[in-house]
Design a protein around this ligand. Structure first.
Ligand code: ATP
Length: 315
């Protein structure tokens, strides 16, 4: 039985060390919120499977090989005739990154409900947790139906559903986003959001009332990410906050996905709430302390590295 099943668009990622228009050199990698979470979980030793589609091209091969190398199950990663999507990152000035997506009509955006149904049919047993984000339904009708199918099948199989709101304002209007995210929030057991995203998942004029309405709507945990200020988890028993781990921030992209990987890892391990949060802020800190969206994520043995004093040499 996989611990976690997730679905979404996996893309090629080009990181330019200078301006692209001036001929900056780019390093090739892969990107995608759900893939980042899957890799984070696999590094921590969990059984995780990814449902998605890549193109019949070298970027698709890179995505497939990377997931496989990281130990993520790729049985449900389909090869589609459309090309693999691409995201280009270019550090314009220190602290400001230009992000340019080439994902219209990409293989990942052609994900369908059938992909999810086939994936469930091929799994040896249903997952314990389904992880979805607000990015996938924003990619088009097919991906939105894929997310709905994934939720339906997860609930029918007794799996818990985790939703990371992950609002991408470039992909859809706020009105359309609010409708879909409210619908998905009503189905989710665990809801993760940044402070400014909660408003898209529910109504209410302040954080406390939004959280109350999500908990009343069926979620058992609402987790609010607060960047360098850490995070707060709300349950019917009250709120638990955890400060961020103090690290030198090198690249904050991917912190949210790393955080979710840590939180779900703690959930699968059956840790109490405060320890789930502690693992989440730790994996979030690893993401910001290293380059890349997922490259710096820790293995289980590395989780304690941040406790070591500066200057420590590790094997
Ligand atoms: P992104 O969209 O860039 O992935 P996000 O907005 O989804 O990020 P954040 O709240 O920025 O998520 O970060 C998630 C978690 O990562 C935070 O709750 C915190 O634990 C950790 N984190 C983020 N920034 C820092 C930082 N500067 N130092 C230490 N930890 C951080």
């Amino acid at each position: 039985m996989p611990d976690v099943l997730t679905l979404g668009e996996i893309m090629a990622c080009l990181r330019a060390d200078g301006q692209v228009k001036l001929g900056g050199t780019a390093r090739t990698s892969i990107a995608g919120a759900e893939a980042n979470v899957a890799i984070g979980l696999a590094r921590l030793g969990h059984d995780v499977a990814f449902v998605g589609a890549v193109g019949p091209d070298q970027f698709g091969e890179l995505a497939r090989r990377t997931l496989r190398a990281e130990g993520v199950g790729v049985q449900a990663l389909r090869t589609d005739p459309a090309p693999t999507g691409i995201v280009v990152f270019e550090q314009r000035v220190a602290g400001v990154t230009r992000v340019d997506y080439h994902r219209n009509g990409s293989a990942g955006s052609r994900l369908s409900a059938a992909d999810v149904e086939n994936a469930y049919a091929a799994l040896p047993a249903p997952p314990r947790i389904l992880h979805i984000t607000g990015i996938t339904p924003a990619l088009g009708e097919g991906p939105a139906l894929a997310v709905r199918a994934a939720v339906r099948l997860a609930k029918a199989a007794g799996a818990r559903v985790c939703l990371d709101v992950n609002h991408r304002s470039r992909l859809w209007s706020e009105d359309v986003a609010r409708r879909m995210l409210t619908e998905l929030s009503a189905e989710a057991d665990i809801i993760v959001a940044s402070e400014d995203e909660l408003v898209l998942a529910t109504s209410g004029d302040a954080e406390a009332s939004r959280v109350r309405s999500l908990l009343a709507g069926g979620a058992s945990e609402v987790v609010v990410k607060r960047g360098a200020a850490g995070a707060t988890a709300f349950t019917a028993d009250g709120a638990v906050s955890h400060p961020a781990r103090p690290v030198t921030a090198v690249d904050t992209i991917g912190a949210g996905d790393a955080f979710v990987a840590g939180y779900l890892s703690g959930t699968v391990d059956g840790l109490p709430l405060v320890e789930r949060l502690a693992r989440a802020v730790t994996t979030g800190a690893f993401a910001v302390a290293g380059h890349g969206d997922w490259e710096g994520l820790p293995t289980r043995a590395e989780l304690s590295i941040l406790d070591l004093p500066d200057g420590t040499a590790v094997r």
